[in-house]
Design a protein. Structure first.
Length: 160
């Protein structure tokens, strides 16, 4: 899977690194759901002077039809429910090590080929593969992921 980033993405990632510690991870649904785009995002500290809220979101996107993924920082105003036009569904918290593992899963060709060209299927597969296995800690809770996916699907239908 190829990494797709422009100079702005690269600069923002360098100037707004992913911090240590635990962050809440979300499925973000784009406008036009249920056919709209889905992302995996988490909030990071930032400094976007054009926004009253200086925090950004780190975004993992997968474009299956183009065989690329992107990792970027997006500064969007957060008004409680949406980030501009995103609708957010909480998946659970991950530490930096497990967020990096989630990004690695998103880069995996074999994982993404099973998305059948649909970013929603791909996001579901990535988060399902980030669930704790027996005896493990640090990943997502299986039941919480199932509920989050159901909620995201219902929200996508409602937004259509």
């Amino acid at each position: 899977m190829l990494l797709h980033q422009n100079a702005f993405d690269t600069e923002n990632l360098a100037t707004h690194p992913d911090p240590e510690g635990v962050r809440m991870i979300y499925i973000a649904l784009g406008p036009g759901a249920p056919d709209g785009h889905w992302w995996i995002v988490w909030k990071i500290p930032g400094s976007d002077t054009s926004s009253p809220n200086p925090a950004g979101y780190k975004c993992v996107e997968v474009f299956l039809h183009q065989r690329i993924y992107s990792l970027r920082v997006s500064f969007r105003r957060f008004d409680g429910y949406t980030v501009n036009k995103w609708a957010l569904v909480a998946l659970g918290e991950l530490d930096l090590l497990h967020r990096n593992a989630l990004v690695q899963v998103a880069q995996d060709d074999e994982i993404n080929e099973q998305g059948n060209g649909n970013c929603q299927s791909c996001v579901k597969r990535i988060v399902e593969l980030s669930v704790n296995r027996a005896g493990q800690r640090g990943g997502f809770d299986r039941e919480r992921v199932k509920n989050a996916i159901r909620n995201a699907e219902a929200l996508a239908s409602a937004l259509a």
